[in-house]
Design a binder for this molecule. Structure first.
Ligand SMILES: [Fe+2]
Ligand SMILES: [Fe+2]
Length: 212
């Protein structure tokens, strides 16, 4: 026996196991997957920009994926602002998840006062609300396909306060700003990521004959 906490490898697979241990709600699972899609794509871009290759690149991308999958994993059980994401953070710490992942998760909720410092912190915050918004944009298409969503339409809907009112527009705009990415480019980037993963996100669309 040892007192040392076994360090959990921050892999996508390990994160998914924790997520489904705590979360049954299909919408929350879909949200986690949509955010992951965008965050993972930024992780891939970051690995390339840092000149990482092979295992190092793969490890960075897995960390980004795991962080996104876990950012709301405690929400179903502990939804209040007193608990989420504090309780989740403690559980992850006990289980040996790395500080950089937990810091990003703490910093996605502005009310924790945890500053967003790292690229991962900023990416998670920038993708959280936008991923939900892009999902909403896809679901109002007759085809329910993310492939039919375009940047111009997304921007128009961001200005329409009645559409997807749960999505905080300021967070979307500030998220891109903090990340240092032009809003249009950020939307296009996340849209492309979600289109790539459309099947897994349940947003690949329905056959035309079923749309009427
Ligand atoms: Fe959250
Ligand atoms: Fe979230």
């Amino acid at each position: 026996m040892t007192n040392q906490i076994p360090a959990a490898l921050p892999t996508r697979e390990a994160a998914w196991a924790v997520l489904i241990e705590f979360t049954q709600n299909p919408s929350l699972l879909k949200h986690a997957l949509a955010v992951e899609s965008c965050v993972r794509a930024y992780g891939e871009q970051q690995a390339e920009q840092l000149g990482l290759a092979g295992e190092d690149a793969a490890a960075l991308v897995e960390l980004y994926s795991a962080t996104a999958l876990l950012h709301d994993f405690d929400y179903e059980r502990y939804p209040s602002a007193e608990e989420h994401p504090y309780v989740g953070n403690r559980i992850l710490e006990q289980r040996g998840w790395p500080a950089e992942l937990r810091h990003a998760i703490m910093s996605h909720a502005g009310y924790t006062g945890t500053p967003r410092v790292s690229h991962l912190d900023k990416v998670l915050f920038a993708c959280d609300e936008l991923a939900g918004f892009l999902t909403a944009c896809a679901l109002v298409k007759p085809t329910k396909s993310i492939h039919d969503v375009e940047v111009a339409g997304v921007k128009k809907k961001l200005k329409d306060k009645a559409f997807a009112r749960g999505v905080n527009r300021e967070d979307v705009i500030n998220g891109a700003k903090e990340l240092g990415v032009d809003l249009d480019r950020h939307i296009a980037f996340c849209l492309a990521a979600m289109q790539r993963d459309a099947e897994a996100l349940g947003l690949a669309g329905i056959p035309a004959e079923q749309t009427t």
